[in-house]
Design a protein around this ligand. Structure first.
Ligand SMILES: *Cc1c(COP(=O)(O)O)cnc(C)c1O
Length: 386
């Protein structure tokens, strides 16, 4: 992504900077890759980044929204996503959130447990509405990703076990004001090994056959999100290989006539268009190492502390060809986990230099906190500087 260092130098740090051209290019690559399959519907997973300008750009490109809270449903509606394209997942939907979904007429509740199904039915009866329901099934597919972002294995807080699918569908069909529409899956995040999705397709194909034997009609299949991005080398791979990703489902998933296929992509849509920009406060020379102490910490970007995630770090004021040294790049928060990178090889840096943490558009700004009574970061957009 392109960072206009000159324009950014007078803006108080830390802040998020979004390359809106890259976002728009990413959205058009997705639209292009799905345009020949009108039964494919892409919902953007709001939880990756709910910045209003980002949401607006995605809504305008015609995407649906995948929400995991009432607050996200409100943010989606405010940004212009039509209710008929909103799906609502989450293991702990509260009564107010369910009522909100019913009231605005979202397209589908992705239901994660039997007790939740009962409550949606009761609230729907009370509201005089019918809830479209997809059941989130745990397909027991290992996503081959970080344990904290794997969700598709058995005995997980998420979803309904594969062997309980029929019982759950039967119950959904019995309950008043519930319309069983489909099956939902989401097996994890930052998935870079596409064979994982092939396994998912096989599981879904088998399950569909079992359901057909019982003459159960399923009108929608939702395969969730999780497509990974290249954190190591964002400059060379600013846009994930969406063409291959969608092609995989086209060739391996046996959709029935009239069935729609839904995707819930978060990270792969927004991660590469955002960077966190921080300033070097101090260069602290220790005895065996030296530290770059930034004015941003895990309060602005928690992924390194929470998932040991890697973000490429760049000194945007000094060319990479300058003489370089190793630095531990750390934040100001009073926790020893507040480290962005160890032994990072960077051009010799000084107090006041701007540092970019790349690939931070997903699960960055949205996860920021006020811990240590800090202010939430502001955001700026490439379109502000044109
Ligand atoms: C988080 C989440 C997504 C999006 O995941 P990404 O890895 O960001 O694509 C999609 N669906 C559900 C149910 C989720 O919880």
């Amino acid at each position: 992504m392109r960072i206009p260092a000159g324009h950014l130098k007078n803006i108080p740090t830390p802040f998020y900077f979004y390359d809106m051209e890259l976002l728009s290019h990413t959205l058009s690559v997705i639209s292009e890759a799905t345009k020949d399959t009108p039964d494919f519907h892409v919902h953007y997973a709001i939880k990756a980044n709910a910045n209003p300008k980002i949401l607006k750009a995605i809504a305008e490109a015609g995407f649906g929204a995948d929400c995991v809270s009432g607050g996200e449903i409100k943010a989606a509606v405010a940004a212009g996503f039509p209710a008929g394209k909103i799906v609502f997942a989450g293991v702990g939907k509260n009564d107010d959130e369910i009522r909100l979904g019913l009231e605005i007429g979202i397209s589908c509740f992705n239901v994660e447990s039997l007790p939740e199904l009962e409550v949606i039915s009761q609230l729907a009866v009370h509201a005089g509405k019918t809830a479209n329901v997809a059941l989130r099934i745990n397909p027991n597919v290992d996503a081959h990703t970080h344990e904290k972002i794997t969700t598709g294995l058995n005995e997980n807080k998420f979803g309904i076990a594969m062997e309980d699918t029929l019982t759950a569908i039967d119950r959904a069909k019995e309950l008043p004001n519930i319309n069983y529409t489909g099956l939902h899956f989401h097996i994890g995040s930052q998935i870079t090994d596409l064979t994982v999705y092939r396994h998912l397709c096989q599981r879904i194909n088998n399950l569909q056959e079992q359901l057909e034997e019982k003459e159960i009609t399923t009108s929608s299949i939702n395969v969730g999100g999780g497509l990974g991005i290249d954190y190591e080398n964002p400059q060379d791979h600013p846009i994930p290989d969406f063409k291959n990703y969608f092609h995989l489902f086209r060739s391996h998933l046996q959709l029935r006539t009239g069935q729609t296929l839904h995707f819930e992509l978060g990270r792969s849509v927004v991660a590469q268009c955002g960077s966190l920009i921080a300033k070097v406060l101090y260069v602290k020379k220790g005895h065996s190492k030296q530290f770059l102490i930034l004015d941003a910490g895990f309060t602005e970007l928690i992924r390194p502390a929470m998932y040991q995630a890697y973000h490429q770090i760049e000194n945007i004021n000094r060319p990479a060809s300058n003489p370089s040294e190793h630095y531990d790049v750390v934040g100001p928060i009073c926790e020893s986990s507040d480290i962005f990178g160890k032994e990072v090889f960077l051009p010799v840096s000084e107090r006041g230099d701007l540092i970019a943490l790349h690939s931070a558009g997903a699960y960055g700004e949205i996860m920021s906190s006020t811990y240590n009574c800090r202010s939430l970061p502001k955001s700026y957009f490439s379109s502000d500087f044109e």
